[in-house]
Design a protein around this ligand. Structure first.
Ligand code: NAD
Ligand code: FES
Length: 286
């Protein structure tokens, strides 16, 4: 069992947890992830390690409550427990001094881009971060990125904060005005695909972090298959980071929607249980 030491909402449905996991905290490197189960019956969910503190024996994970399990997880608070936290899994980010490196985090993807941005800075890069959100409320980790990077640009789709538009607008502007040697992009699939389209023809090495359906996380089940450079890869052991210019994003998007109907059903049933529990509670207090 892993105790939750702190649990704080960063944005609507996006919560940061600090969880006891001393062995993982000692070993983990930027880009790696854990698979967690809330309880013995629970679904396994992969979550990138946003940060860690080896002296406290904790890892930080940032969770977007979109399905039944992530919503259940986001209902937990400090002092409660998560049954399993397995990791660190996956290959660490490839870090070197590229020169000028841009780290792009779209929505909750900023949580994954953050540890790699820190490592890129430590490796001597001039590090630029672009953080994008639907609106001001969905921009996360801006203060952390400002502490870690040389420059930070914020974009919002509705223009409520920072530059109006997608992260790709800001990226194009930066590329037009200076030499960029490396780009990391993490976020929704259409975003990562759009970033790859911007950098492909001008030949800027670009890496994306993929989040396909995962089950075991150890290369056994094949659930996390993706197509990269016409090769089938198992993202959990060969990734999660890949050359963006070689990723087949449309197949990845299709595969990620395989269990969409079941996920909707599970979420609807979960809501019914919550409503029943709430009605019962209200009746008890009357
Ligand atoms: P979102 O849809 O709010 O988008 C976040 C930002 O991405 C936008 O503000 C915009 O700047 C950019 N963006 C979105 N669509 C774009 C497009 N077509 N072109 C250019 N830029 C675009 O993001 P969200 O709701 O936080 O993310 C949800 C999705 O991200 C989920 O589907 C989730 O599975 C995925 N996700 C991916 C990873 C990963 O490792 N790649 C990690 C966590 C979540
Ligand atoms: Fe099973 Fe990757 S999650 S092989």
């Amino acid at each position: 069992m892993h105790k939750i030491l702190s649990a704080v909402f960063l944005a609507p449905e996006i919560k940061r947890f600090e969880v006891e996991a001393p062995k993982i905290a000692l070993k983990r490197k930027p880009g790696q992830f854990v698979i967690i189960r809330i309880d013995d019956e629970g679904e396994r969910i992969p979550l990138t390690i946003a940060d860690s503190d080896a002296s406290k024996g904790t890892v930080t994970i940032i969770v977007q409550g979109i399905g039944k399990t992530t919503k259940q997880l986001n209902a937990l608070g400090a002092g409660e427990f998560i049954s399993d936290v397995v990791g660190p899994l996956g290959r660490p980010s490839h870090i070197e001094n590229f020169g000028t490196a841009i780290s792009i985090g779209g929505g909750v993807g900023a949580a994954i881009a953050y540890p790699t941005a820190v490592a890129l800075k430590e490796a001597g890069n001039h590090t630029i971060s672009i953080i994008g959100g639907r609106s001001r409320d969905f921009v996360i980790l801006e203060d952390e990125m400002r502490r870690a990077c040389d420059e930070v640009f914020v974009t919002t789709d509705d223009g409520s904060y920072g530059r109006r538009g997608f992260v790709t607008g800001q990226l194009k502007e930066l590329i037009a005005t200076r030499r960029i040697d490396f780009v990391l992009a993490v976020g929704p699939i259409p975003m990562m695909s759009a970033v790859a389209d911007v950098t492909r023809d001008i030949g800027i090495p670009t890496v994306v972090s993929l989040n396909p359906v995962m089950i075991d996380g150890t290369g056994m089940c094949g659930g996390c298959r993706a197509t990269v450079g016409a090769r089938t890869v198992f993202v959990c052991v060969e990734g999660p980071e890949f050359n963006a210019h070689e990723v087949d994003f449309s197949t990845l998007d299709r595969r990620n929607k395989t269990y969409w109907v079941q996920e909707r059903q599970a979420l609807a049933e979960h809501r019914c249980h919550l409503e029943d529990a709430l009605t019962e509670k209200l009746q008890e207090t009357r």
